[in-house]
Design a protein around this ligand. Structure first.
Ligand SMILES: *[C@@H]1O[C@H](CO)[C@@H](O)[C@H](O)[C@H]1NC(C)=O
Ligand SMILES: *[C@@H]1O[C@H](CO)[C@@H](O)[C@H](O)[C@H]1NC(C)=O
Ligand SMILES: *[C@@H]1O[C@H](CO)[C@@H](O)[C@H](O)[C@H]1NC(C)=O
Ligand SMILES: *[C@@H]1O[C@H](CO)[C@@H](O)[C@H](O)[C@H]1NC(C)=O
Ligand SMILES: CC(=O)N[C@H]1CO[C@H](CO)[C@@H](O)[C@@H]1O
Length: 685
């Protein structure tokens, strides 16, 4: 790499400083954390999305947990040496000021290192801010050419390139860092921006230099799945590629990385585990209720792709101190795979067919027509709720072709909702129930969409009508619910179950809509009802409904499966005992094929593997796992908030749309239909 290039890359890495400093400021201003200093250390203000807040919140808590554990231990011996915190790539972080104002630096001091430009700017901000100067006490600001640009009794700011370990070592020695004192080396989202050899040199240097030390890092992992690939692509585009994820793809590999470099103990976990194990339930509840929030999938995926690691050396720091063992994060790994289901792109697209959407709904109208409606997606190059529809039509050669029909072409203006359900009424009509516009504005109207043949033959021969129908009431002010065709005493009903609304994070109630009259009716249901949930799956089976998984109260993924069984005078809830127990998941889709329930994709956090297709034999309750082989699909396949259509005769599943707003990396959409071959399941017992 030439020097120009290196400069540019260093510039790109530094510019993550701004954005991250603004996020930290927004975090404090929304009440997630207490940090009066974040706003003083950055110019400008930005209001971040709730998802970004949660991401920065859990990061702040994870790092804060390690810092506190270090200080408690390092300052435990009166008369011992002063504890040292060395923050690498500190940017405009306010750690020093928070610790100082909390009275935690009585027997400790902080050294911060970042690129010379960044360090100099931070020194200037501090000097210009009386509150910060008052906390620091007497200080010296050096001339811009020296590595140490700011110095007080317990705070030193150094401008250095972390890629030059020798210079770093010299400068830190000059700046008074003692090799023998208990030392915390903190590298928050730093090592992965360095070339792997440079990062390795830093880790080995710290292990050699400090006999009593803790090395704490927070960064990305899991490059293999679709979210991971999108994350890597995001940082490549920012011109600050992430390094080393291929060599250290998970927490196990990261632990070995430190143990091999001379650290004597190491523990690490992903941020889902940290969040559930180390934050008290009442604190989680507080944070979960600070803002309207509806991006659970991306939140759990983000947390699954970042980890916190603490490596230690010396007598002061045994591992159990930083992350005491606890049983509070039950792992439920899926059974080892019984087979692989190949995924392919087989559907042709016409007329710039655009399937870039998630949170939509799809139905098989007739054997050759699949309609997808609603959701959030890309329309005319903009990200918005999609008002056009997507049609998949099968021709006489049994080939599927996808096309997009805009709302101008269909002539239908409607609210373009997402997280609604759509039920087929006939070969031409569907019913849309529930859904939302924004996380605080549900839709209450029941809409009937009718698909007709256009007189002019422009629009693939399709026209649409929309009519308001049925009840409009608070029962339908819900989303992430399910609607299932059931029957009782020879009458058809739609069984509306679960979901959430702005004021209630999970719903446990259900309602029957009589299809003939479009009126709510009461039907007796016996048996123990399932716990409240949203983002579960629901399928019709034997006149009843199969409910599986979902996100329960306290944002916990569920693995229970229930059957709403038709009885002579109503229904009975039956819990299905699944063996081996399946990994709790939500935001998947589900189908029944030959007496087996298939759960497709979705999000889980009780396992570090990726969800594929889980198969549950409905007679025996036995479960098995299949992986999806997406290697022949030329883009990442993100399988949540997709829809799927079962073509039972073809032993195929069509996966339509899906993806989501991926933390601060941008929004990802699966661009085209993917066909999953289910024929390997036919040999399944
Ligand atoms: C999955 O992990 C969560 C988070 O710790 C935990 O609360 C939950 O009990 C686990 N689920 C199961 C079924 O063990
Ligand atoms: C739309 O389709 C319906 C049913 O096929 C048909 O009766 C109607 O004339 C069509 N309208 C237009 C404007 O093409
Ligand atoms: C159920 O309805 C079908 C047609 O709608 C009819 O043929 C059948 O006799 C009915 N069965 C009962 C038990 O009412
Ligand atoms: C998106 O996910 C939520 C949660 O599972 C679900 O309620 C909604 O129906 C999903 N949308 C699609 C298109 O699958
Ligand atoms: C707060 C801060 O230091 N912001 C800087 C981050 O990096 C960019 C690019 O190098 C600078 O322009 C910002 O001033």
């Amino acid at each position: 790499m030439g020097p120009r290039n290196r400069e540019r890359r260093a510039g790109a890495v530094q510019s993550t400083n701004d954005s991250s400093a603004l996020s930290k400021r927004s975090l404090a201003e929304r009440g997630y954390v207490q940090d009066a200093f974040a706003a003083m250390l950055v110019l400008g203000a930005a209001r971040r999305a709730p998802l970004v807040h949660r991401g920065y919140y859990v990061r702040a808590r994870a790092v804060g947990h390690c810092v506190r554990a270090f200080l408690e231990r390092a300052c435990a011996h009166p008369g011992g040496p002063r504890a040292q915190i060395l923050s690498l790539g500190a940017g405009s972080d306010s750690l020093y000021f928070r610790l100082k104002s909390a009275g935690l630096l009585g027997r400790a001091a902080v050294w911060e290192v970042d690129f010379p430009d960044v360090a100099r700017r931070k020194a200037e901000r501090i000097e210009a801010t009386p509150e910060l100067c008052a906390l620091i006490g007497p200080f010296l600001k050096r001339d811009p050419t020296s590595a140490m640009c700011f110095e007080s009794l317990d705070y030193r700011l150094l401008g250095l390139d972390l890629r030059q370990v020798h210079r770093l070592d010299e400068a830190l020695t000059k700046a008074g860092l003692e090799a023998s004192s208990p030392t915390l080396v903190l590298a928050e989202a730093v090592l992965t921006y360095l070339e792997p050899e440079r990062a390795a040199a830093l880790i080995a240097w710290a292990a050699q230099r400090f006999p009593h030390a803790l090395f704490v890092i927070y960064e990305q992992m899991r490059p293999q799945d679709a979210f991971g690939q999108f994350m890597l692509q995001h940082f490549r585009r920012l011109n600050s590629p992430l390094h080393g994820l291929d060599r250290f793809p998970d927490v196990e590999a990261q632990k070995h990385r430190f143990l091999d470099a001379g650290w004597t103990a190491c523990s690490a976990m992903d941020l889902n585990e940290f969040y559930h194990r180390f934050l008290p339930a009442e604190e989680r509840r507080r944070v979960e209720n600070l803002e309207p929030f509806d991006e659970f999938e991306e939140w759990h995926l983000k947390c699954a792709h970042y980890f916190i690691l603490a490596a230690s050396k010396g007598d002061h720091f045994s591992q159990s101190l930083v992350f005491p063992p606890s049983e509070a994060f039950p792992r439920i790994d899926p059974a080892s795979p019984s087979g692989v289901l190949p995924a392919r792109v087989t559907v042709k697209d016409s007329r710039g067919a655009n399937l870039k959407r998630y949170g939509h709904a799809s139905v098989l109208l007739s054997p050759g027509i699949i309609l997808s409606v609603g959701g959030f997606g890309e329309q005319d190059g903009l990200h918005c709720r999609v008002s056009g529809v997507h049609l998949l039509l099968r021709d006489c050669d049994f080939e599927w072709t996808g096309s997009y029909i805009s709302s101008q072409e269909t002539g239908v203006q409607w609210d373009g909702r997402l997280y609604h359900t759509m039920t087929r009424l006939s070969e031409t009509d569907v019913l849309l129930l529930g859904g939302r516009l924004s996380p605080v504005s549900p839709t209450c109207k029941v809409l009937k969409l009718g698909l007709g043949k256009s007189k002019d033959n422009d629009n693939e021969g399709v026209n649409m009508t929309v009519t308001e129908t049925g009840p409009e009431d608070s029962i339908l002010s819900r989303w992430r619910h399910s609607t299932t065709d059931v029957s009782c005493q020879n009458q058809s009903y739609l069984f509306v179950y679960g979901g959430r609304r702005a004021t209630e994070p999970v719903l446990s109630d259900w309602h029957f809509l009589h299809v003939g009259t479009m009126a709510w009716v009461r039907i007796p249901v016996e048996g123990g009802a399932p716990e409240a949930r949203h983002s579960h799956s629901a399928c019709s089976w034997q006149g009843g409904a199969l409910i599986a998984g979902g996100l329960g109260a306290s944002e916990q993924p569920l693995n229970s499966v229930f059957f709403l069984r038709p009885m002579s005078h109503g229904f009975l809830w039956q819990s299905i005992d699944v063996q081996p127990p399946i990994t709790p998941r939500y935001s998947h889709t589900a189908h029944v094929l030959d007496g087996k329930l298939l759960l497709v994709g979705g999000v889980w956090m009780n396992s570090s593997s990726f969800p594929g297709v889980t198969v549950i034999n409905l007679l025996t309750g036995l479960s098995s796992e299949y992986q999806m082989d997406t290697s022949s699909v030329p883009w990442p396949v993100m399988l949540h908030n997709h829809t799927s259509i079962l073509l039972a005769e073809d032993q195929q599943l069509l996966l339509l749309g899906g993806g989501g707003n991926c933390f601060s990396f941008g929004t990802y959409f699966n661009p085209h239909v993917v066909t999953l071959d289910l024929s390997p399941l036919s040999t399944e017992q």
